[in-house]
Design a protein around this ligand. Structure first.
Ligand SMILES: C[S@@+](CC[C@H](N)C(=O)[O-])C[C@H]1O[C@@H](n2cnc3c(N)ncnc32)[C@H](O)[C@@H]1O
Length: 266
């Protein structure tokens, strides 16, 4: 029997238990998720009950859902409503399983961290670890980064890490690269004055592209640049943290590049 799926079935639990098939072709919460494994659907349902995960179900609807899919208003209120303190907030964009977010959060309990990614099953892993370890300075945001200004206010962020983002090698997709001018416009708005942006990548193409953009973009202050960070002792200890993708790239013999810059509002 086919499961009855409503467009706004936030629980999903009944659907998962009732459905006899391993794979489900479904449409929920405004997103066509196509063919999805039972395991992934289970994670989607679970993540919805997590107190440290917020989701934007549809990029065209500027609405954020928190624990148990309750609509929440977080823009400008992350410190007060989620973290309960005024500590500076670091964003990790394209966080995947959130390794950087978790490692930084363990090292800096006096700072707050938000990992952002579109993939719910990856966020599920990071958020589970944060809950298990009692890392109250960590939150995750599942959404398209293109829409980040809908949910984070001007000057709300002190630092951004972009960790091994997809390089989108085809020229026609260059505006999806997370260091393209339209993303820099958006970061400039989120960041406090002198807030820093840090890119770690294995991709020579993305690294070269980022250089081109930073040369042209107004108000860039390049603070540090290294095309092979492990060739000598690390200049910043936080660079030692490794994500899932970084470990894979290192096994493949790829070199890791790092750029650190800030954007003046001019
Ligand atoms: C290559 S993975 C890197 C993940 C993690 N940082 C790591 O190093 O293991 C790139 C991640 O970026 C996410 N991503 C790419 N474009 C995105 C976008 N526009 N909005 C949100 N997430 C995005 C993907 O879902 C994926 O998890």
């Amino acid at each position: 029997m086919k499961p009855r799926i409503t467009r706004r079935d936030h629980g999903l639990q009944s659907m998962i238990t009732d459905c006899p098939n391993k794979y489900l072709n479904t449409y929920f919460c405004g997103q066509n998720v196509g063919i999805m494994s039972r395991n992934k659907l289970q994670k989607f349902a679970e993540v919805r009950s997590f107190p440290n995960v917020y989701e934007n179900f549809h990029p065209m609807i500027p609405e954020l859902r928190g624990e148990n899919a309750e609509i929440v208003e977080m823009k400008g209120k992350w410190a007060e409503k989620h973290f309960g303190n005024q500590h500076p907030i670091t964003l990790e964009l394209a966080c995947g399983r959130g390794e950087y977010t978790l490692q930084l959060a363990r090292k800096y309990p006096e700072r707050n961290f938000i990992g952002v990614d579109i993939k719910g099953s990856r966020i599920h892993q990071g958020a589970t670890i944060a809950i298990e370890e009692g890392l109250t300075n960590v939150a995750f945001l599942r959404m398209k980064i293109e829409k980040i200004n809908n949910f984070i206010a001007q000057d709300e962020i002190s630092e951004i890490w972009i960790t091994f983002p997809d390089p989108f090698l085809r020229e026609s997709k260059s505006n999806r690269r997370l260091t393209s001018p339209r993303f820099l416009d958006s970061y400039k708005n989120l960041l406090v004055e002198n807030g820093i942006i840090q890119l770690k990548t294995d991709s020579p193409e993305l690294y070269a592209y980022t250089h081109e953009v930073l040369t042209e973009y107004p108000g860039v202050r390049l603070l540090y640049d290294n095309d092979d960070i492990y060739a000598q002792a690390l200049d910043f200890p936080d660079l030692e943290f490794k994500t899932y993708y970084e470990k894979k790239h290192l096994l493949d013999g790829r070199t890791i590049k790092y750029v650190r810059f800030s954007l003046d509002r001019i």
